[in-house]
Design a protein around this ligand. Structure first.
Ligand SMILES: Cc1cc2nc3c(=O)[nH]c(=O)nc-3n(C[C@H](O)[C@H](O)[C@H](O)COP(=O)(O)OP(=O)(O)OC[C@H]3O[C@@H](n4cnc5c(N)ncnc54)[C@H](O)[C@@H]3O)c2cc1C
Length: 343
């Protein structure tokens, strides 16, 4: 019979990130599906004990917390030691964790230390007839596979945005403080600050309800024979600021900045969506001045409702890739939308 640990970490302010609550609801469902009554939650980081109280009613039997100054900032050596210690303290054969950058960095190494197996980029878990299987995508989200493993412990990293976050009432629970022996050489690394990508604005918002994609058309000559990059920049920035949408770009537009051509100062390679870019998860997507070619649209795999604005009625979006295509001038459309958003 399997045993389960949901392994979480807190944010710098001591709260649990949304991805942690998503892993928690997946953990509660998995425990119920596998008939595991005494499953555990382990929390690492600043305020871990208090964070346990915020999820006290999730159904876990044990709450393990590892905190202290050595565990406050992400660092391979200390995080790996904490994860390994909590895994051993719980005795779990299945360890489920949110695929945050902090856990993605260490949990494959932890699986090796525990002589277990890791699976990353898991998008769903299914517990049936006492057996657990997980789903993940391969080859840039083109193939979906369902996997199961006999090896234990099995460490599963659940991608954010695949599960509804757990939303129960906070309460009181008994929390077991677990001491972590952080190796001396791990302490050689200290966090001195954060270096953000060279964008004038932070435009990538993974939790946004809307993905707004700008394509190279924004920089091309328009029907009046002129380019209108400054107007395009103002329209896009105004829209994403007002709506707090996440900004994506096609490969063509992000490559322009790399090649030193006129482009938008807030658009970097980090914004690229597609086969050689990101595959973000958002409930809705709006593409503008982007042709909708397959290497780009493959990055929209997890965008549920897709709309596009393009002057060309025969563009890729019209070939079954968008739910709605507005055959229109994106400059005019976005100017009107921004006007409406004012009120
Ligand atoms: C191996 C490989 C990997 C690739 N990976 C990626 C990837 O990860 N992501 C990606 O995006 N691409 C990728 N590509 C490139 C992809 O095939 C396309 O070349 C690219 O997506 C085109 O970008 P675009 O649609 O922005 O520009 P364009 O093809 O130049 O299209 C611009 C569009 O804007 C429209 N337009 C112009 N003005 C207006 C206006 N006023 N109003 C409305 N519409 C207007 C035009 O009608 C046109 O359809 C890859 C290609 C290869 C070969």
């Amino acid at each position: 019979m399997d045993t389960l640990l949901v392994l979480l970490h807190t944010e710098a302010d001591g709260s649990l990130p949304k991805a942690a609550r998503e892993a928690l609801s997946a953990g509660a469902e998995t425990a119920s599906g596998l008939g595991i009554a005494d499953w555990s939650v382990g929390i690492v980081g600043k305020g871990a004990r208090d964070a346990a109280g915020t999820i006290a009613s999730c159904g876990a039997k044990r709450f393990l917390a590892a905190e202290g100054s050595d565990l406050e900032t992400p660092r391979y050596g200390s995080d790996a030691a904490a994860a390994e210690t909590l895994a051993k303290a719980s005795g779990a054969s299945i360890i489920l964790a949110p695929a945050t950058s902090r856990w993605c960095r260490v949990l494959s190494g932890v699986a090796h230390r525990l002589a277990g197996r890791p699976d990353a980029h898991v998008t769903a878990l299914k517990a049936e007839a006492g057996k657990l299987s997980v789903t993940r995508w391969y080859y840039r989200q083109r193939f979906e596979a369902v996997l199961s493993r006999a090896e234990r412990p099995w460490i599963i990293l659940l991608d954010p945005g695949c599960q509804a976050p757990w939303q129960g009432a906070p309460g009181t629970c008994s929390v077991e403080a677990v001491a972590v022996a952080v190796p001396g050489d791990a302490k050689r690394t200290t966090v001195t600050g954060v270096a953000a990508p060279p964008a004038a604005e932070q435009t990538i918002r993974p939790d946004a309800k809307l993905l707004f994609v700008a394509g190279a058309g924004w920089t091309k000559k328009q029907p009046d024979g002129q380019t209108h990059a400054p107007e395009a920049e103002a329209l896009i920035l105004s829209f994403i600021t007002k709506t707090q949408a996440s900004l994506g770009g096609s490969k063509s537009i992000v490559d322009m900045s790399g090649e030193g051509q006129t482009t938008f100062k807030f658009m970097t390679h980090m914004n690229q969506v597609g086969q050689t870019g990101a595959t973000p998860r958002h409930p809705k997507g709006l593409s503008t001045c982007c042709h909708g070619e397959e290497p780009h649209v493959v990055g929209w795999r997890f965008v549920n409702e897709r709309r596009a604005v393009n002057l060309d009625p025969a563009c890729g979006w019209a070939q079954g890739k968008a739910d709605v295509l507005y055959v229109a001038d994106a400059f005019a459309v976005m100017a009107r939308v921004n006007e409406l958003l004012k009120g």
